[in-house]
Design a protein around this ligand. Structure first.
Ligand SMILES: *Cc1c(COP(=O)(O)O)cnc(C)c1O
Length: 362
């Protein structure tokens, strides 16, 4: 490997495409004749305006975002969105949430500060190892929206079918699967994603929101910055945005467009995940933590028979040159996050390592 980079299986911040990092490095000291680094630029300058506009245009092309949706770049990462969603969309003061793990639990806890939350389905009974049936949810007539975490980063589950929301607005946290597969934006009222999982550097969320959900009648306590309309009305330039993240994400959007778009990413991701899942399915030592039909293509949690052995595998993997295979502290075990930028060779190398470990410890 040219740069002696490690295969980094972190759940986030995570790997970025190497050609993108090379381009960023080449433009670091002097961005395209501007005489400065993007980090040094005024967010009101022409040159940055173009970076922002291109990033949005490329994302729109990549996802096929309809004209009646706004694309917003908002600081505060994913966690701020837990609050923003509830603050902006709870008009009747009642929202439905599907509970599939730590990230939906956080969203639920935050939403409860602003209104009533009804948990319409949950997989808590089996340690969040599956996606509950969402075909016949009991959704009250006055519910403002139905909220899902579409890919559970910690537990490793993903939706292959969206819930039937009975005509209510669907809100989705796509943080750990954003741009990993084609997405029919029109099925959602709002999609948001913290970008440090599958796109770029930490500290920003992309929000895609249907225009009719933007409100100018928000309660007075809602901070100006926390209103989606503030960002929509100002092209995400109400205040100084995370210029650096917008620039890096824009590079990744362009890279994905140049490499076949989301269909191609999905095919590659299916192929990569299959290599790992096939191994786990056949292994006598390692067991996948999720039911087959709901397994994430991005985050793959698995365990050995004991905590001690889990820790031993993590230590051995580090010594073998892999990084961040430890499961989230709340669930333990191991977890391999294999986002868009994880090369197929990385997954193959990991499986070779796990095979060898298993043979040596049989
Ligand atoms: C990481 C993550 C978040 C939180 O993102 P922060 O930027 O750390 O606040 C929210 N939801 C999901 C699904 C995540 O994976």
């Amino acid at each position: 490997m040219k740069y002696n980079r490690t295969y980094n299986f972190s759940a986030g911040p995570a790997m970025m495409p190497e050609p993108v990092l090379e381009e960023i490095a080449a433009e670091m000291l002097n961005y395209r004749g501007s005489g400065m680094c993007v980090m040094e630029m005024s967010h009101r300058s022409k040159v940055f305006q173009q970076i922002r506009d291109e990033a949005e245009a490329d994302l729109r092309r990549l996802m096929g975002i309809p004209d009646n949706y706004k694309v917003l770049f908002i600081q505060g990462g994913g966690t701020v969105q837990f609050a923003m969603v509830a603050m902006n969309l709870m008009k009747n003061g009642l929202a439905c949430y599907v509970e599939t793990g730590a990230w939906s639990k956080k969203a639920i806890a935050e939403a409860k500060k602003y209104g009533e939350v009804k948990i319409v389905a949950s997989s808590a009974d089996k340690n969040f190892s599956y996606i509950p049936d969402c075909s016949g949810l009991d959704i009250p007539e006055n519910a403002d929206y139905v909220y899902i975490c579409e890919n559970e980063t910690i537990n490793g589950t993903t939706y292959f079918n969206l819930p039937d929301t009975k005509g209510k607005v669907l809100v989705s946290d796509q943080s750990s699967m954003f741009l990993s597969r084609p997405c029919d934006v029109e099925k959602y009222g709002l999609i948001w994603a913290g970008v440090q999982k599958n796109v770029g550097p930490a500290g920003m969320a992309v929000v895609i929101i249907r225009e009719d959900l933007l409100r100018d009648d928000l309660p007075g306590f809602v901070p100006t910055y926390m209103s989606y309309k503030t960002h929509a009305d100002n092209d995400s330039l109400y205040n100084t945005p995370n210029c650096w993240a917008i620039y890096c994400c824009g590079k990744v959007f362009r890279y994905l467009l140049d490499n076949g778009g989301l269909e191609a990413m999905n095919a590659r991701n299916e192929e990569k995940a299959k290599i790992l899942y096939d191994f786990l399915d056949g292994s006598k030592l390692f067991t996948g933590a999720v039911v087959k039909e709901d397994r994430s293509l991005m985050n793959v949690p698995f365990v050995t028979p004991s905590k001690e052995q889990d820790a031993d595998v993590v230590a051995a993997s580090k010594a073998a040159g892999f990084d961040n295979l430890k499961g989230h502290k709340s669930v333990g075990g191991l977890r391999a996050s294999i986002y868009n930028a994880m090369p197929r060779e990385g997954v193959e190398a990991l499986v070779e390592f796990l095979k060898k470990y298993e043979a040596e410890h049989a």
